[in-house]
Design a protein around this ligand. Structure first.
Ligand SMILES: Cc1ncc(COP(=O)(O)O)c(C=O)c1O
Length: 397
């Protein structure tokens, strides 16, 4: 059966580091270890109750919503997304032609790669990055050119380091701020202006992944790429309800941008899927149109968790910069464990303490030396996490 094997594209994907961690997690559960799972960015808080009510009522009383949905998104959802963007960023998008519903932004990003890339096309991808930014390119047959995100550059890519021939060849450029996994934000819009000028000069499509735009702290407000002059002409922006409204399992998000830039994704998706279920789109519209107090309340919860963990880690001798956004802490592996590498260190944490984290290397080569901790468990569990980490910090010193 030598002929029957997965495609070269699939085989070209880097090994899935999280699979190893997941297997260990399952072993730990089997061995009745008290696992505290801070591995995945999977919100532990529920979706807002008015959204849940809306969906339950719709499913129960409106059976027409059980039928195939409108693939590009029902007008109601697209209008809600457009109004939200206007209200939140002051950006005007036409709901009929400039908003496309997605079955989560991960789906949209992967399919965007397939709708734009031909074999060998070069894509600029930050390293570390949310894995679909590079895996989506590989699955589409494209070539990733990695832009290191370094602490000394505030985890922003240095555009001046991109060789001229690479810039000329590049077709797309992925950016994601607030950033997963580093938690970095764009403090100075001059950086985004530089990106726009670069993209215009070299005719590159910027994919701005704004999944964490609402999870921000200490008064920081994340921008839309479209707030930057010229951003509209060179960019597409991806939004998700997963983190903003704790709707990660509902699978709903949207892409926005100029009709001509967005249309290839709509066309591509029309061959593959029927879109997000209508009742989910209606729930999402209720989330976007309703009071945003629920978002403020959960951001407060994340901020408290962040403060507790940053303070607690500092006390046990593990320094971490206080992030201004996202639900992640991006932690340098303590010196005494640095030589092990992030996967072995994450394995050790899980086996010895039951605390599950994501190894930095899973987000790219430049993620090596770090682990990512997602602040997604009951508030009182963070004290347990700190006690367990304290023990491990002491043990090895
Ligand atoms: C940067 C980033 N983009 C996109 C996504 C995917 O979001 P969705 O649930 O909408 O597919 C995630 C999820 O963790 C993410 O971290």
């Amino acid at each position: 059966m030598d002929k029957i094997k997965p495609s070269k594209k699939l085989n070209a994907l880097p090994p899935y580091l999280f699979a190893r961690i997941n297997a260990l997690k399952m072993d730990a559960y089997d061995n009745k270890l008290d696992v505290i799972d801070l591995g995945m960015g999977n919100p532990d808080l529920p979706a807002p109750s008015h959204v849940v009510e809306r969906v339950c009522d719709t499913v129960r009383n409106h059976p027409r919503t059980h039928r195939y949905p409108q693939a590009k998104g029902m007008p109601r959802f697209r209008r809600a997304a457009a109004s939200w963007m206007k209200e939140r960023f002051g950006v005007s998008v036409n709901p009929d032609t400039e908003v496309l519903a997605l079955i989560g932004s991960k789906e949209g990003i992967a399919h965007l790669c397939m709708s734009y890339l031909d074999p060998g096309d070069v894509v600029l991808v930050c390293d570390p990055a949310y894995p679909v930014h590079f895996n989506g390119v590989v699955l589409a047959g494209g070539t990733v050119y990695s832009l290191p995100l370094l602490a000394e550059n505030n985890f922003l890519p240095d555009l001046t380091k991109i060789p001229e021939d690479v810039a000329r060849k590049a077709k797309m450029f992925f950016l994601n701020y607030p950033n997963n996994p580093t938690s970095a934000v764009v403090e100075d819009r001059a950086f985004l202006k530089e990106v726009v000028a670069f993209a215009k000069k070299y005719e590159i499509l910027v994919i701005y992944d704004n999944a964490y735009s609402e999870i921000t702290f200490d008064g920081y407000v994340a921008p839309s790429f479209f707030e930057i002059e010229g951003g509209w002409d060179v960019g597409l922006e991806f939004h998700s309800l997963s983190k903003t409204y704790n709707m990660a399992g509902w699978r709903i998000g949207w892409a926005a941008g100029k009709k001509e830039l967005l249309y290839p994704l709509e066309k591509f998706k029309s061959f593959l899927d029927y879109g997000a279920p209508t009742f989910i789109q209606l729930g999402a519209a209720a989330a976007l149109e309703g009071s945003q107090e629920c978002v403020r309340a959960q951001v407060e919860i994340y901020q408290k968790r962040r403060d507790l963990m940053v303070r607690g880690l500092e006390k046990i001798g593990w320094h971490v910069d206080k992030p201004k956004a996202t639900m992640y802490l991006w932690l340098k592996i303590p010196d005494q464990f640095a030589a092990m590498g992030s996967l072995a260190f994450a394995e050790k944490l899980l086996k010895d303490t039951g605390v599950c984290v994501a190894p930095g290397a899973g987000f790219g080569a430049c993620g090596e030396g770090y682990i990512r901790m997602a602040l997604v468990t009951h508030d009182n569990r963070f004290h347990d996490v700190l006690l367990r980490l304290k023990k491990i910090m002491r043990e090895e010193k």
